[in-house]
Design a protein around this ligand. Sequence first.
Ligand code: ATP
Ligand code: MG
Ligand code: ZN
Length: 512
Amino acid sequence: MTQAFYQKWRPQTWEQVVGQEHVITTLQNAVAADRVAHAQLFAGPRGTGKTTTARLLAKAVNCLAEDLSSRPCNQCKHCRAVNQGRFLDLIEIDAASNTSVDDVRDLRDKINFSPNQGRYKVYIIDEVHMLSTAAFNALLKTLEEPPEHAIFVLATTEVHKIPATVLSRCQRHEFRNLSVTDMVAQLKDVAASEGLDADPDALALIARQATGSMRDAISLLDQLASTSEQITLEITRDVLGTATSQSVLALVDALLADDSAAGLDQLHQTLDSGRDPRQFARQVVDYLRGLLLVRMGNADQVDVPAELRAQMAEHAQAFAVSDLLEIIRNFNHAASDSRNAWQPALPLEIAFVQSLQQPSPEGTPAPQQGESKRVPGRAQPPEPEPATRQESSPGESDIDSVPQNMMKNWGKILQQVRDRNPQTQALLNSCKPMGMKGNALVLGFNGEFAKSKMESGENLEIFQQVLEEILGRKITAICIVAKGGEMPAEIDQEGMVATALRDLGGEIVDIQ
Ligand SMILES: Nc1ncnc2c1ncn2[C@@H]1O[C@H](COP(=O)(O)OP(=O)(O)OP(=O)(O)O)[C@@H](O)[C@H]1O
Ligand SMILES: [Mg+2]
Ligand SMILES: [Zn+2]
């Protein structure tokens, strides 16, 4: 099988690492002076060169070249062994799958044995923030007094999750997102070496899409290369899909319109089409950051295709700066949060719902009906669509129109649920309120798992209490699994759920 571009083009020398000069110079000097720290922490966004640099360091400290400043030489047997992935003293541990204290103890026992081949055993612990507290404590002992022959490189995308005790024992290096210019230069090299004919505009578009991650940029180029040898702007647009930016725009539109249903639908559509949730969250952040810059009068610093500029200017004017900041924070959180979520869409859903207009804090007057809490120019929230079509269902007059009250207060309901139990709110974010029948609210979940979670513990009780407090009446919640597909025939077509679903536009695939 052919190697993926990003693996094939992993830098083998210090000089080939782009955009991290501050880190590379420090490490190069340490190697040349034979004073490499025994515990290093590489912090920074994904795909910016942490693992690459850690391997370079492992190679350099074990290189056999006489001249210290020319290490790694890539010629000696140790350098070659590292390059071929068969150097026994380079040990890479993925903390995401070895989080337990036993794993760290195991490491601690083995570390005292001398290196097999080289001068140093180099331990690269990737995603180190995933270690449990007990595992961190066990690791701490080793970091305090590492054997002379051991070097640790801890790599993380989430440095704020690393205990201070660990941080204080490491030499810390901050990796940065790569600039579009650096990425374009690198992409040009890769394209030329691969014999691709790539239009500079196309490479710029790829680089922008990669939002700072060189790995993503190279992977996108890889994807394009498999489509065509000539990479034009047009082909790039087609393959990367303007659909992507369309989905960001649609999400922002939904935020402005305060339309939770449209926004959540948009999110689900985007993720169903196979987009990575974190990548999507980053694109949203990137766009919002652009709006912020435009809003602050720095439109010239925003690097977007001409056709997007007008749209950006319009969106930028529609938000208050304080709202923009808050929304950016919410989605930024989602951008770093999705990896561990048991529900991949959840962090995005939470970010979206939190970014909808929140009820005014106590003491400040609530906005008048029809008056926007955001700045003038903001689109008015549309009237929630009545979900029942009473005129077309004369026999079912006992079904409530989805009460406007419920829709209007949904943000507030979620907020109060969250105050009592964030997990309950998270579960509510993964369902769709489908409609009312009398005093029962039907909640449609995407799958059995979320549905049964919602039904367990105190979740329903908390939700019902909040409903009663906010809406002033007792409402029972009923959970069903409901996603695309026909209503099964065995469901009583005149029964409550069936009627609610038919009239409220839901579709059901499973029912207890
Ligand atoms: N600074 C860089 N200069 C040149 N190429 C880079 C750089 N950063 C990343 N790359 C490219 O991306 C690939 C992946 O990089 P690497 O594995 O070092 O990222 P990482 O920072 O460890 O990411 P993660 O946090 O996801 O583990 C490399 O093989 C290389 O092709
Ligand atoms: Mg890595
Ligand atoms: Zn060497």
